[in-house]
Design a protein around this ligand. Structure first.
Ligand code: SAM
Ligand code: SF4
Length: 424
């Protein structure tokens, strides 16, 4: 989502006459887009920002700005901790960037940072079609914000209320991306299943996007167990362009913790959804997000999460140790699982999931499937890199194909989680 947001910022600035450079030394303006969802992401961003102070000292006219969720979450602290910053801009204020930068360029160096971090429930950036498509695969944001208020999560506080983009503007953007060479789009939102626009649901949106001529594949991220509808799986089964891959965060396998997290479903309900999904769309690959060490989580409760991972056999999972986030309800709970214990639980879960993912992958060897070529393999210039519809990475020898082409490939041995394929 932040990559998609960075492309929106790029476009706003390119349209205003700015140019992009990859070199920090050459740049007149440096903007760092940030994520506040976990403490580790926040620390990395703050560390990177602090390292820019040397550039500012060397060239005081350089404009240094911080964008995204951290400005929204802690604007005053940012200004205090990093006094060399020029701009502190929240996620709903990007349209203002050209003016803020011009204003700053015209001002004498050494002024206090300009802070623009007001949330705007109407901001969808739906008229801004990114210049840079990202190649064969493009991101398209369809909802912004979130109203779920899971007790651990800072998103509703830093991204504001949930709102859906008009379907007409989504389709117009996808058409333009396809005209620029994109063949796959990833529809993005904190909870895409909550998409609603003039009586149209997320399933309608999927079908409409899939109908865009020239587009080969549609993916989406993220789904929420509270809002997901079985029709999504029917669309997946019936429409070849809609990829059979579902990212459905479970967070915990224990009912008491799920309730404390305010997730709005039980373990049983989650398992029911998975069962129906696999019944309707048997080729479906599944991934999830899991948090370990949520306040008051006992060893037995953690084991329920391990058990759920064994039951479901996720193809992959993103696993995190709980970190307290400001403003959230869980920040008022005692963060009583020690850091050592959180790390132990996380390592135990990762080791288990690695075994499960490997087993799931080994079962695919020998299968022939369609691979969309995304580009040259980063590790071998004579090989292509692509993915199966269920998101498995594959490399295979080049033989006159071009990126964007869909070819039939037989999946061979694995190197880590990537398959070595052979044209079928
Ligand atoms: N909207 C998605 C959902 O409902 O699952 C996920 C959004 S969140 C940006 C991505 C993931 O970060 C979450 O699924 C959760 O596993 C993790 N996460 C969020 N807050 C966290 C926290 N305070 N500590 C650890 N992990 C967290
Ligand atoms: Fe955060 Fe929950 Fe919203 Fe996901 S659904 S963004 S975890 S509040």
């Amino acid at each position: 989502m932040n990559v998609a947001d960075s492309r929106t910022v790029e476009t706003v600035l390119l349209d205003a006459g700015f140019h992009l450079t990859e070199s920090l030394g050459e740049a007149d303006v440096i903007l760092v887009n940030t994520c506040a969802v976990r403490e580790s992401a926040e620390e990395r961003a703050l560390g990177q920002l602090a390292s820019l102070s040397r550039l500012k000292t060397e060239t005081p006219t350089k404009i240094i700005g911080v964008l995204g969720c951290i400005p929204q979450e802690m604007k005053d602290e940012l200004v205090r901790r990093l006094p060399f910053l020029d701009l502190v801009v929240g996620p709903d204020e990007y349209r203002q960037l050209p003016y803020l930068i011009e204003e700053r360029l015209a001002a004498a160096p050494g002024q206090p940072a300009h802070v623009a971090a007001r949330l705007n429930r109407h901001e969808l950036y739906d008229d801004i079609v990114p210049h840079h498509t990202g190649g064969i695969t493009a991101f398209v944001t369809i909802t912004r914000g979130c109203d779920k208020f899971c007790s651990f999560c800072v998103v509703p506080y830093v991204r504001g209320r949930e709102r859906s983009r008009p379907l007409t503007s989504i389709i117009a953007e996808v058409e333009q991306l396809v005209a620029k060479g994109a063949r796959e789009v990833m529809l993005l939102g904190q909870n895409v299943d909550a998409y609603r626009w003039e009586g149209q649901s997320f399933a309608d949106c999927l079908e409409a996007v899939a109908a865009v001529e020239g587009l080969q594949r549609v993916r989406f991220l993220t789904s929420h167990p509270q809002d997901i509808h079985l029709r999504i799986f029917e669309v997946m089964r019936e429409n070849r362009k809609v990829c059979p891959y579902l990212h459905l965060p479970v967070q915990s396998g224990c009912d008491r913790i799920l309730e404390q997290m305010n997730r709005g479903y039980t373990r049983e309900r989650y398992l029911e959804i998975i069962e129906s999904a696999r019944e309707i769309a048997p080729d479906l690959a599944l991934s999830t997000d899991i948090i370990v060490g949520f306040p008051s989580e006992t060893e037995r409760e953690f084991e329920e999460t391990l058990d759920l991972a064994r039951c479901v056999r996720f193809d992959s999972a993103f696993m995190f140790k709980y970190s307290e986030r400001p403003h959230t309800k869980a920040a008022g709970m005692t963060d009583d699982v020690s850091e050592t214990e959180k790390i132990r639980r996380l390592e135990t879960l990762i080791a288990l999931q690695k075994q499960i993912s490997q087993k799931q992958n080994l079962a695919q060897i020998g299968r022939v499937d369609e691979v969309l070529i995304e580009g040259v393999s980063p590790k071998n210039a004579l090989q292509w890199f692509g993915r199966t519809p269920d998101f498995r990475p594959v490399v295979f020898s080049q033989n006159g194909e071009v990126p964007g082409q869909v070819v039939r490939v037989k999946l061979g041995e694995l190197s880590g989680f990537t398959f070595l394929g052979h044209l079928a």
